[in-house]
Every structure is written in structure tokens, then in C-alpha cells.
Design a protein around this ligand. Structure first.
Ligand SMILES: NC(=O)c1ccc[n+]([C@@H]2O[C@H](COP(=O)([O-])OP(=O)(O)OC[C@H]3O[C@@H](n4cnc5c(N)ncnc54)[C@H](OP(=O)(O)O)[C@@H]3O)[C@@H](O)[C@H]2O)c1
Length: 261
């Protein structure tokens, strides 16, 4: 019988998911990890160097079947699930007028449908145990309109309010839900979203991924409802967003996210 705790983290091949996997592993958790590329197997080997078991699974989070298959894989380990990190998410820059509809619907499948799907499985698994931690990775983008990321930002606003809603519903069950809202962070996210030619393509405008992951991890451990992750400027911006009119925030974001011709 294994004594170590057990966490599952979606989208943990690289980026924030991988950083979070390291933090859990350093605290002695075994980690079930998913990603859509073959690199997930190498990433799991890196996590195992930290002295825990890592279970990699290749699954495309944009499809119902693969989300379900990853969940079955987690359950096949026959372990109590202590924590779940619903991290997987993709971005998409460019103009709504020109962007491809199928790509936008894929973003919604991953960021919204996939999150709801996995949350359903996790919640129904944890509540009978009367304990568990769920970290849902949203974004500072949830606090403003995001022109030139017009589908992405609202998908993260969904994640934020979904997490806060679930938290309230589950508050008597022993299961904690925390939303993590990173500011722009130095992973491959903006490159993958086709945003290299924007303000967000410049590394100096981004937060450090280790810092961001650490703040999210600590917020989960302290059972906060949500946490803005990043430097002081990021936290200040999120605070100011509560008072700033939507049109003002939209214009400011458009300047940063509009592709340079
Ligand atoms: N970076 C930022 O500036 C930022 C800011 C706020 C919020 N966030 C949020 O943080 C989360 C993680 O983003 P990140 O910055 O770490 O992004 P990233 O560097 O692009 O990493 C994305 C991760 O998701 C996996 N992935 C991508 N498509 C997938 C798919 N279809 N199915 C399964 N896994 C998939 C990737 O693994 P594979 O390569 O193996 O598919 C990788 O592990 C996202 O929810 C994002 O919205 C990021």
C-alpha cells in the first residue's frame, strides 16, 4: 500500500502544469500527468527524478473521449485522489473577424467543455471521501475584455466563476476549490497562441513561471477562493480591474494584443 498522496494534473507536459507537477512532487505526491504530445513521457521521467511515481498519459483534451480516457487512467491506479489540477488550456491571438471558427471551437472544447467534464469526474470522486483539493487554472484575463483574444479571455472568465460557484456548492463537503489567475507568464503559451508579434511576445513583459506556480500552489494549500499570480504589478492590475470600466480595459488590452503587421 502506497502512503504517498496522489494528484492529477491536466496539460502538464510543460508550462505551468509541469511547474505545478514539480511542486506537488517536491511535497511527496505521486503525479498523474496528461498532455497531447509524446513529450509527456519525458516530462514524467523528469518528475520521477524528484523521488515520486509519475504516470504519463497522452490524451487530447479537446475531445470528450480523451478527457474520459485520462480520467479512467487516473482511476486505474486504484488510489485515493487527493488533489486535482485542471490546468490544460490554450490561447488564440488574432482578429475574430479572420480567425478560423474550428480553432475557436477547439479552444472552447479544451478550456470550457473539458474543464467541466473533468471537474464532474473529480468532484463525484472526491465528495464521498469528504476531502480533496481542486485547483482550476483561470487567468487575469478573466477580469477584463480581451480583444484580439476575444474567445480566450471569456473562456477563462468561465473558469474563474465556475471555480467560485463550485467552491460555494462544495463548502460543507470537505472538498476545497481554488481558482488560480496568472498574469502573462513566460511559458510557450503566447507563442502557441500565435502572439509573438504582440506585447505578449516579449519575455520581459511576463511573469516568472516558477513564481506563478508557487503562488497558485500555496493558495490551494491555504484553501483560498482565488489568487492572482505574478509580480506586484500584476496583482495591482487585477485589483484596479475591479474598478476600471470595461471599455477602458478593452482599449488597453487591444493595444497589447493586436498583432503588429
Ligand atoms: N502563460 C500565460 O501567460 C498564462 C496566463 C494566464 C493563464 N494561463 C493558463 O495557464 C494554463 C497553462 O498554460 P501554460 O502557460 O502552461 O501554456 P503552455 O506553455 O502552452 O502549455 C500548455 C500545456 O497544455 C498541454 N496541452 C496543450 N494542448 C493540449 C491538448 N489539446 N490536450 C492535452 N494537453 C494539451 C501541453 O502539453 P502537450 O504539448 O503535450 O500537448 C502543455 O503541457 C492554461 O489554462 C492557460 O490558459 C496561462
Amino acid at each position: 500500500m502506497v502512503n504517498r498522496k496522489f494528484v492529477m494534473i491536466t496539460g502538464s507536459t510543460s508550462g505551468l502544469g509541469f511547474e505545478l507537477a514539480k511542486l506537488f512532487a517536491n511535497d511527496g505526491y505521486d503525479v498523474a500527468m496528461s498532455g497531447s504530445s509524446e513529450d509527456i513521457y519525458q516530462s514524467a521521467k523528469e518528475i520521477e527524478k524528484l523521488g515520486v511515481e509519475a504516470y504519463p498519459f497522452k490524451a487530447d483534451a479537446s475531445t470528450y473521449d480523451d478527457v474520459e480516457e485520462f480520467w479512467k487512467f487516473v482511476k486505474s491506479k486504484d488510489r485515493k485522489l487527493d488533489s486535482a489540477v485542471l490546468n490544460v488550456g490554450i490561447g488564440m491571438g488574432g482578429s475574430f473577424l479572420e480567425n478560423d471558427l474550428q480553432e475557436e471551437l477547439k479552444l472552447i472544447d479544451i478550456n470550457i467543455s473539458g474543464t467541466v467534464h473533468m471537474a464532474k469526474r473529480v468532484v463525484q470522486d472526491m465528495v464521498p471521501n469528504k476531502e480533496g483539493d481542486i485547483l482550476i487554472v483561470s487567468s487575469v484575463s478573466a477580469t477584463l475584455p480581451t480583444p484580439y483574444e476575444t474567445v480566450y479571455g471569456p473562456s477563462k472568465a468561465f473558469g474563474f466563476m465556475f471555480a467560485e460557484s463550485l467552491r460555494e456548492e462544495l463548502k460543507e463537503t470537505g472538498v476545497n476549490v481554488t481558482a488560480m489567475l496568472p498574469g502573462a507568464t513566460n511559458t510557450s503559451f503566447h507563442h502557441n497562441a500565435g502572439m509573438d508579434s504582440t506585447y505578449f511576445g516579449d519575455e520581459k513583459n511576463k511573469n516568472n513561471k516558477e513564481l506563478v506556480a508557487q503562488q497558485g500552489y500555496e493558495a490551494l494549500k491555504n484553501e483560498l477562493d482565488h489568487v492572482v499570480c505574478g509580480d506586484e504589478a500584476t496583482k495591482k492590475e487585477a485589483e484596479e480591474n475591479k474598478q476600471t470600466p470595461e471599455e477602458v480595459k478593452a482599449a488597453k488590452h487591444a493595444e497589447k494584443a493586436k498583432p503588429n503587421q
